[in-house]
Design a protein around this ligand. Structure first.
Ligand code: SF4
Length: 348
């Protein structure tokens, strides 16, 4: 299908778009890409408004039992200094973030069974009962029973990126795991009533624009409420340390096409994009993004949560982080969301 016909079809009815249609858009030349960005910005404005939802991430444990080839937290990385935050520290960090106006707390860690379901449920329950915030969990794969316990404790959302829709690439990147089991976990999360976030990396070794088109179509078919789409950033302490990373234009194009296909999806301007380009988050907010996720982990821990090096905003306290975001949004004629920023589809 030609670019023009694919664009017409996706704008008219994203539900019927095929991988071929999406691939036609992802292959756009520079002039057509600019048009895609403008269209995505206007679709974002029409469907999601001008509010940008701020989700504060607390990275509470850098221990991980897995060995993903691209990730600095992989168990095989002996260089990284590991840490675990105590439950009281996690709750205090959530309180600090809520104190500067953040309405969603994201509790994120490597896959770390040190924290039992009961311990995590108590943390979630304490945050939900004492602070006026939504809670997102990003803990990797956990058994259904644990996910049930977290949901009962008050967790609103769960973030589990599918990373790549190519099952062979997935199995290579994440040894010992399969795309199928990750997708099954996403189905379980949906059944349990979570708002679910997924997402993928752009620029992985061996990835093509057809793979990326499959990523976007998969996000649609999973009916997720949020998708984190960011560039692959190589970490020198991993087996993929010498690979070429994802680039800005490719990432913005995937983001913009995702917005066109999925007008009511929450799409973050990812920290990884802000890491590979100083203006990365601003550019993403002009290409369909409507969420920013600043790091609100206590400063003494941040450098040891090194999925990739040089994370944007790494050394800012929560208040300074929020102020910087507010300046950016004011400059762009946008504003920080004052509510929880739940998914409009979920609320409907
Ligand atoms: S991507 Fe997640 S599961 Fe894989 S090594 Fe990193 S933290 Fe662990």
């Amino acid at each position: 299908m030609s670019y023009e016909n694919a664009l017409k079809k996706i704008i008219k009815d994203g539900k019927s778009a095929t991988v071929g249609d999406v691939t036609a858009l992802l292959g756009a030349d520079a002039k057509k890409r600019s048009l895609l960005y403008e269209l995505a910005d206007s679709v974002r404005s029409d469907f999601m408004g001008d509010e940008v939802h701020v989700r504060g991430i607390i990275e509470f444990s850098s221990f991980c039992s897995e060995n993903c080839l691209y990730c600095g937290l992989r168990a095989g990385n002996r260089v990284l200094q590991r840490y675990r935050m105590e439950p009281g520290e996690i709750i205090a960090a959530a309180r600090d973030a809520a104190g500067v106006g953040i309405k969603t707390i994201v509790l994120q860690s490597g896959q770390d069974v040190y924290y039992t379901a009961d311990v995590l449920a108590r943390i979630v329950s304490e945050i939900k009962s004492s602070l006026d915030v939504a809670v997102t969990l990003s803990l990797g794969l956990r058994p259904r029973g644990d996910l049930e316990v977290f949901r009962k404790a008050g967790a609103d959302r769960y973030l589990l990126k599918h990373e790549t829709a190519d099952p062979v690439l997935f199995a290579w990147l994440r040894p010992g795991t399969t795309l199928k089991e990750r997708l099954n976990c996403i189905y379980t999360l949906k059944e349990l009533g979570y708002q679910v976030g997924s997402g993928n990396m752009v620029g992985l070794p061996g990835q093509t624009i057809v793979t990326l088109a499959r990523d976007i179509v998969l996000l649609r078919d999973l009916k997720v409420e949020m998708a984190g789409i960011g560039p692959f950033v190589p970490n020198p302490d991993t087996p993929l340390g010498n690979s070429v990373g994802g680039d800005v234009e490719a990432t913005l194009t995937v983001l913009a096409v995702a917005r066109l296909l999925l007008p009511r999806l929450h799409l973050p301007a990812t920290t990884s994009l802000g890491t590979i380009h100083k203006q990365g988050r601003r550019m993403a907010l002009k290409c369909g993004a409507n969420v920013i996720m600043p790091n609100v982990t206590p400063l003494q821990y941040r450098r040891n949560y090194a999925i990739y090096p040089g994370k944007a905003g790494r050394e800012l306290e929560p208040g300074a982080n929020v102020r910087e975001i507010q300046y950016l949004l004011e400059d762009m004629g946008r504003r920080m969301g004052e509510g929880y920023g739940h998914s409009p589809d979920y609320m409907a």
